[in-house]
Design a protein around this ligand. Structure first.
Ligand code: PLP
Length: 389
């Protein structure tokens, strides 16, 4: 029997390293919130892993890309560019609390790696705290603070700093995990890979207070949750915390690879020329798209829509095997009465793509923010046809 679900999987297997579990679909085109897979149209509630913030073939995104590509395709940070300055202005304009400086990078892991490096350097400390079940990427520092990496894929003989994992939502464990020796705590307020699990507010408040008391820097990883996805500019706005450093990526370029590290003025004051660097980060194509993404999300009120769609779905549950909703806005986890992988596969047969998660009972919704109420109805109708147990 053919071991590949699609022709492209067989083609990739010729030379690509086989490290991904792949979905059994082969999109040939996409528009709005739909993927075209041969004859089949699939409602995309996965969004290329929370990336396709404006859906597919968004006219303004395409126009911005073409305009920038035809005027100035690339220049590195060796020269200052208005397009880069504008992207930074737009990002800081929507950033929470005391964040007022940006460093552009290329991936979520790279942004986190730089945040962790700055925290260790600035404090002179060599411990970092993180939260159990969190995911922060696959580089040396980001992987070190990713729950479970050591047992599965980490690979390096040592981590660059000592790591203390704090059990999720255990406010009593916070004082043990964060001490005067802790450079930083890094956390996802809504843990994406873990199943869009939103941390308990009192746990987050305890962490922020403990950071204050111990001189520990608070790094909020909004690689997945940021740029409007949670129904506010950042999840930090919803929780009312003021991070010292914040990282974001995925929706930021809506499909163009880019990330950003945001820093408070106080932290930024300790970072000088030569301390950080990248060739591609802050490139003009990425920056033109970042400005466009932010402009469209604000103008079309997509943050309020994300919150409303979450509320619409939450109010309709339970339906079929879907019991309850967690997460915020359009970073949502649907808890199921049966293994989520089964539901994911049954929904795909019904023409709806959802994401899996590290929690076997939870599938994830990370759709384009241009999703509409009728698409939630479509999901609910499909779920209603599936057996509850
Ligand atoms: C919360 C979070 N942080 C960091 C990362 C790593 O981002 P990247 O894959 O762009 O390196 C991810 C990726 O899924 C993520 O969800």
């Amino acid at each position: 029997m053919n071991q590949f679900a699609t022709k492209a999987q067989a083609q990739e297997a010729r030379h690509l390293l086989q490290v991904y579990g792949q979905l059994p679909i082969e999109p040939t085109a996409a528009k709005g919130v739909y993927l075209q897979c041969g004859e089949q149209q699939i409602l995309d509630l996965y969004g290329g892993h929370a990336v396709a913030a404006l859906g597919y073939s968004h006219p303004e995104l395409l126009a911005a890309l073409q305009a920038q590509a035809t005027t100035l395709f690339f220049q590195s940070n060796a020269v200052a560019l208005p397009v880069r300055a504008q992207a930074a202005d737009a990002l800081i304009d929507m950033a929470p609390g005391k964040l007022d400086r940006v460093f552009f990078a290329n991936s979520g892991a790279e942004a986190n790696e730089n945040a962790l490096r700055i925290a260790c350097r600035l404090t002179g400390r060599r411990r970092v705290a993180a939260i159990e079940k969190g995911f922060h990427g696959r580089t040396a520092g980001a992987g070190a603070v990713t729950w479970g990496s050591a047992d599965r894929w980490y690979g390096f003989p040592d981590t660059p700093f000592d790591v203390d994992f704090i059990p999720r939502d255990d406010a009593a464990a916070v004082a043990r995990g964060i001490t005067e020796e802790t450079a930083a705590v890094i956390l996802e307020l809504v843990q994406g890979v873990a199943g869009a699990y939103d941390l308990a507010p009192d746990f987050v408040t305890a962490i922020a207070a403990r950071c204050q008391a111990t001189g520990t820097l608070l790094i909020v990883d909004e690689v997945q949750s940021g740029i409007g996805r949670c129904g506010a500019p950042f999840a930090a706005d919803i929780y009312g915390v003021a991070p010292d450093l914040l990282t974001t990526a995925k929706s930021l370029g809506a499909g163009f690879p880019c990330s950003a590290l945001l820093l408070s003025g106080e932290v930024a004051a300790a970072v000088g020329p030569g301390d950080l660097g990248t060739t591609f980060g802050g490139g003009p194509l990425a920056c033109a798209l970042i400005s466009t993404v932010i402009e469209v999300i604000k103008r079309d009120e997509l943050m309020a829509r994300a919150a409303a769609l979450h509320a619409q779905l939450a109010a309709a549950l339970p339906v079929g095997p879907a019991i309850a909703l967690q997460g915020k806005g359009l970073l949502a986890g649907v808890r199921c009465s049966r293994p989520a992988r089964e539901i994911q596969s049954e929904l795909l047969t019904a023409g709806i793509l959802v994401g899996s998660s590290a929690d076997p009972q939870v599938f994830r919704l990370l759709p384009p923010l241009v999703l509409e109420s009728e698409h939630i109805e479509q999901l609910l109708a499909a779920l209603a046809k599936l057996p509850a147990a």
